[in-house]
Design a binder for this molecule. Structure first.
Ligand SMILES: NC(=O)c1ccc[n+]([C@@H]2O[C@H](COP(=O)([O-])OP(=O)(O)OC[C@H]3O[C@@H](n4cnc5c(N)ncnc54)[C@H](OP(=O)(O)O)[C@@H]3O)[C@@H](O)[C@H]2O)c1
Length: 258
């Protein structure tokens, strides 16, 4: 007998699905029954994720795109065409850089590019897909943020990243208010401190370039076993998708339905 899964028949797009939290979310969505479009720049990594999902009996469509350069709305439409529609949008892709002292040490183009990838692309993807979500009367938009949005002063020398995470939360909660009562929800997810390439990048920063604060803080956290596995964070989000509320700042530390 085949067990019904909570997201059977749903179609999801996940940005930044080539590794880390995005990959884990895509895998957990597939286990919960959804077909997934996987978006990132690294084609070989995406193929590996897609193969793993298909081997487990799921449906996965890899789409190579650079959300800092390609048109995010066109990427969203391509994903929708390939899946035959979209019900769930997980805007997870983000970059940490540029890191360093604000002012001459930060390349203004890199600062703008960070906001393009971390804020503008998620908004444009959601806007491109909203008409079909609204027409269906059911949809889930989740924008991945960070706990740093609640403590903007805590990540010294990470001005672009912190600005972006604060902005994505404002964007999401405002959109949620607009969507109230439509069946389409928009929520933020703060995934916790997760053992990924982004965390490695923080630990391996050159103190001469970015200051000692960031690498010291994140190395201490790593050494005391303070990182959580990506699959745990992903499962915590995916379990909530059937009934996530609207306009919520969801966090990995919240209780999760079984
Ligand atoms: N890890 C943590 O502790 C932590 C904590 C709080 C919040 N978060 C958030 O969680 C999310 C995932 O983080 P992570 O730790 O899994 O990071 P990660 O390991 O660095 O993965 C980032 C993902 O984004 C993709 N990406 C980056 N730039 C892109 C671009 N221009 N176009 C398309 N895809 C792009 C990367 O793929 P390609 O390189 O293949 O393009 C990769 O799949 C991010 O929103 C991050 O801010 C993470």
């Amino acid at each position: 007998m085949i067990m019904e899964q909570p997201l059977d028949g749903r179609r999801a797009i996940v940005t930044g699905a080539s590794r880390g939290i995005g990959r884990a979310i895509a895998e957990q969505l597939s286990r919960a029954g959804a077909a997934v479009a996987l978006i990132a720049r690294s084609g070989d990594d995406l193929e590996q994720v897609a193969t793993a999902i298909r081997t487990g009996g799921g449906t996965a469509v890899p789409i190579v795109a650079d959300l800092g350069h390609d048109d995010p709305a066109a990427v969203a439409r391509q994903a929708s065409d390939q899946l035959g529609g979209v019900d769930i949008v997980i805007n997870n892709a983000a970059v940490l850089e540029p890191l360093g002292r604000s002012g001459p040490d930060i390349d203004p183009l890199a600062w703008r590019q960070s906001l393009e990838i971390n804020v503008t692309a998620p908004a444009m993807i959601s806007f491109a897909l909203l008409p079909q979500l609204l027409a269906a009367g059911w949809g889930r938009i989740v924008n991945i943020s960070s706990g740093v949005a609640a403590h903007p002063g805590a990540m010294v020398n990470g001005n672009a990243y912190v600005t972006a995470k604060a902005a994505i939360e404002g964007h999401t909660l405002n959109l949620a208010a607009e969507l109230d009562g439509t069946g389409v929800t928009a929520n933020v997810y703060r995934p916790g401190t997760v053992d990924t390439a982004m965390q490695r990048l923080l630990r391996t920063q050159d103190p001469d370039k970015v200051g000692a604060f960031l690498p010291e803080r994140f190395n201490r956290l790593y050494e005391r076993g303070g990182l959580i596995p990506a699959q745990d964070s992903a499962l915590s989000l995916v379990r909530r998708l059937p009934d996530p509320g609207n306009g919520q700042i969801l966090s990995v530390s919240d209780p999760v339905p079984r």
